[in-house]
Structures are given as structure tokens and as C-alpha cells.
Write a protein that binds this ligand. Structure first.
Ligand code: 9D3
Length: 242
């Protein structure tokens, strides 16, 4: 995957390459990242990149000239925008299939609409909260895509993940058995794998019903649950009612 990022604050992206799974993926050439400063494309004598909105309104708008020049000839332009479609794992999976993506990060009140109309293939938001710009959303999107690229994490974890997209994770424990007076649930020490699997499933379903009932509904709608999972879901829902 070849990422090209266009931003007014390219230094934001310095951290992305330096840690953990993403760093290793870069070292193994699973992806490349080129970051350009939109300001460098401004032909204005003061290197201006914003201007007042026509017909008034609050804030400033990113002016088209530097953006058009930065975008010329680029493929698959994604504009990170609070007006975009909300990012989901389905979208991430789709985008991970491209060979090349261009991520455009906005600032101020956004960019001139004519740039969107001419160059942008897709507008993406990462959620319903207000950020100061598109840089962190671009990093979120890249992180989510990179871990799906071949060879970045084991196929095993990806398969597990795709089967459990609609359930929250069960509680995890590691050594020691007693920490600060708190013990590990005894069943996890029993060595009975069938019992442990069922315990974890029940725990995951209870937690999801409590915190994210919308996930359960969506999983059912998409036919994503195994018959075993469905049985347990219905059983625990009945239990909740009584
Ligand atoms: C006054 C209206 N605001 C829209 C809700 C203006 C506005 C707020 C924040 C314009 C731009 C921004 C900067 N945000 C992003 O560029 C952004 C974003 C976000 O704020 N939340 C979630 N996803 C994204 S993707 C890009």
C-alpha cells in the first residue's frame, strides 16, 4: 500500500512510523508513506492557504489553488471530513484492497467545495465528535488499514477478529494468580477448555448486551453469529427479562 498524505501539519505523521506493529510493517515494506505540506504548493507570495468564506460565515476556508496543485495526478483521494461517511471495519477492509490511497487532511472550517467535486472519491469521518483537523483521523485510518495488509499480523488473529466483530472481548488475565488481593476467575485455571470457551462466550455476550446492544442487533441482522453464539444470546436475553 502506498499512502500519500496532504496536510498543513506534516509533522503530525512523524510519530506513526516509530512504534510497534506499524513500525515493523514499514520496515518490512508492507506500506510506504509520503507526507506533503499543502503550504508548499501555494503560489501566493505570502504562502497563504486559506481565505474568508464567500457570503460570510465563521472561520476560514482552505483555498483551492494549493489543494488542486497538491492533488494533481493522485489516485483514490479520500478527504477526512466531519461530513464524511462514518468509518467502519467494512470500509477499512475495502480500502485495504487498494494499491494506493491519497489522504487529504482539512483544517479551519474545511476546503473549497470545488476541490471535493473535482478530486475527492470518498469523504470519511471517524466519529461524531469534533476534532481540530483531519490529521489524527488520517492516522486512525492508516493504522486500521495497515494491520490488515498481508503479513502485518497473523491470519489467525484476523480470522478470530472477523468472527468476533459483533461481540466485545471477554476479560483477560495473566500472571500472577493473585495481584493486590484480587484473584483470577477460578474457571480459567481449571484446564477445562470447553468450559472456559463457554464461560468466555457468556461473558462477552453479557458485556455486549450491557454496553453495546446495537452490536448484537447488527450481528444478528448480518447473520454473523454461529448457532452456538445465537443460542447463548437468546438464553441470556431471556434471563435479562426475568
Ligand atoms: C461548525 C461546524 N463544524 C463541523 C462539525 C466545523 C468543523 C469542525 C471540525 C470543521 C472541521 C473540523 C475539523 N475536523 C476534521 O477535519 C475531521 C473530523 C472530526 O472533527 N471528527 C471526526 N472525524 C473527522 S475526519 C476530519
Amino acid at each position: 500500500m502506498k499512502f500519500t498524505v496532504l496536510s498543513l501539519f506534516p509533522d503530525f505523521f512523524n510519530s506513526l512510523n516509530q512504534f510497534g506493529i506499524i513500525r515493523r510493517a514499514l520496515e518490512e515494506n508492507r506500506f510506504s508513506l509520503d507526507v506533503y505540506n499543502i503550504r508548499d504548493f501555494s503560489t501566493d507570495k505570502h504562502r497563504r492557504v486559506d481565505d474568508y468564506p464567500y457570503a460570510g460565515g465563521s472561520g476560514m476556508v482552505m483555498t483551492p489553488q494549493p489543494l488542486a496543485d497538491a492533488l494533481a495526478g493522485r489516485k483514490h483521494v479520500i478527504y477526512l471530513s466531519p461530513r464524511g461517511e462514518r468509518l467502519t471495519q467494512d470500509i477499512v477492509r475495502d480500502l485495504a484492497g487498494y494499491e494506493e490511497l491519497t489522504l487529504l487532511c482539512g483544517h479551519y472550517e474545511g476546503i473549497d467545495q470545488r476541490i471535493i467535486d473535482r478530486y475527492v472519491e470518498k469523504e470519511i469521518s471517524i466519529g461524531d465528535y469534533v476534532l481540530s483537523g483531519g490529521e489524527i483521523p488520517a492516522m486512525v485510518l492508516m493504522d486500521a488499514i495497515i494491520r490488515l495488509l498481508p503479513g502485518v499480523i497473523t491470519q489467525d488473529s484476523l480470522t478470530h477478529e472477523s468472527h468476533n466483530l459483533f461481540l466485545l472481548e471477554y476479560d483477560q488475565y495473566t500472571r500472577p494468580e493473585t495481584f493486590d488481593g484480587q484473584t483470577v476467575p477460578e474457571i480459567l485455571l481449571s484446564g477445562n477448555h470447553a468450559l472456559i470457551e463457554d464461560y468466555r462466550l457468556e461473558q462477552a455476550i453479557r458485556l455486549t448486551l450491557e454496553r453495546r446492544p446495537d452490536l448484537i442487533e447488527e450481528g444478528i441482522r448480518q447473520g454473523a453469529f454461529t448457532s452456538n453464539q445465537l443460542n447463548r444470546i437468546n438464553q441470556l436475553r431471556e434471563e435479562e427479562k426475568s
